[in-house]
Design a protein around this ligand. Structure first.
Ligand code: GLU
Length: 283
């Protein structure tokens, strides 16, 4: 990969917690096709930070299915599980700047603190119970949270990213009030020190792997502002984002890992060809 200036580099980043299904195949085929058409690079990354749910067998199956679909990737497969200590260490400067705090709240604590119904809150935003705790008070079982208001002050008001996907195309400006209302003080590192949040590990990887274009499902669009805020805070570049529409089941529900009925392996076993899969996902 080194030695050649590449202006288009994308990746497919599955979590090996189950079989590759039609939805993943669509994402991978789209990203792979764009990279090849642009004379760029396509990287494969395993997002296997969930050590309990990720399995080497699922990774092997994913690799086998992608190969069967005719995909090749540039460079070796990168695994997040190899980089856990590195991610955690890279949070230190942010902690030193006073932007992180230890949190001992359980989900039940958070629910209780949020029990007064809040109009217009899309998902549970942390009410800030532990926000005034200094880092020195961190106990082994504590999570680390980002003080979002302080982080937004640190990065300044001009936070934008470009989206080219069909549902949200355009330049998105991350507005302070909206971010505080919709994102809040996210957990960056769970208890046990070295397990960092998916969206943080992924932001580090996209930067380290020189990803210019992130192509992924629309279900991840809502994570993008958090990732962009973290990129600014950590001095990482912001790629261009493309969130594609989701492949849905017959009832209109998005496919999940547990939808084994739509697993590529099952279609393969039934005699489908890679062209059949492309047709099924509308390509
Ligand atoms: N690991 C995520 C998933 O399997 C994808 C994350 C990303 O593409 O940024 O849904």
């Amino acid at each position: 990969m080194a030695g050649r200036a590449v202006t288009f580099r994308t990746r497919f980043a599955p979590s090996p917690t189950g079989p590759l299904h039609l939805g993943h195949a669509y994402s991978a085929i789209l990203a792979h096709g764009r990279a090849r058409a642009a004379g760029g690079e396509f990287l494969l990354r395993m997002e296997d930070t969930d050590l309990e749910r990720c399995r080497p067998e699922w990774e092997a199956q994913i690799v086998d299915d992608l190969t069967w679909l005719g995909m090749t990737w540039d460079g070796p497969i990168q695994r997040q599980s190899d980089r856990l200590a590195d991610y955690a260490a890279r949070l230190d400067p942010v902690a030193v700047r006073g932007l992180l705090y230890p949190c001992s709240c359980t989900r039940a604590d958070i629910r209780a603190a949020l029990s007064a119904p809040q109009e217009g809150v899309a998902f549970a935003v942390y009410p800030g119970v532990c926000r005034t705790r200094p880092m020195e008070s961190r106990q082994p079982g504590d999570a680390l949270r980002l003080n979002l208001a302080a982080a937004l002050d640190a990065i300044g008001p001009d936070v934008t990213f470009t989206e080219t996907g069909p549902s949200h195309a355009g330049t998105h400006h991350i507005d302070r009030a909206t971010a505080l209302r919709q994102i809040g003080d996210v957990v960056l590192s769970r208890k046990g020190e070295e397990i960092v949040a998916y969206f943080l590990a992924s932001a580090f990887d996209d930067a380290d792997q020189g990803i210019s274009h992130v192509i992924r499902g629309e279900d991840l669009f809502d994570f993008t502002p958090v990732q962009v805020i973290l990129q600014r805070l950590l001095g990482l570049p912001t790629p261009t984002y493309h969130h594609h529409t989701l492949i849905r089941d017959d009832h209109g529900k998005r496919l999940a890992k547990r939808d084994d009925a739509r697993a590529i392996a099952k279609y393969r076993a039934e005699g489908a060809t890679p062209q059949d899969i492309r047709r099924m996902v509308g390509l």
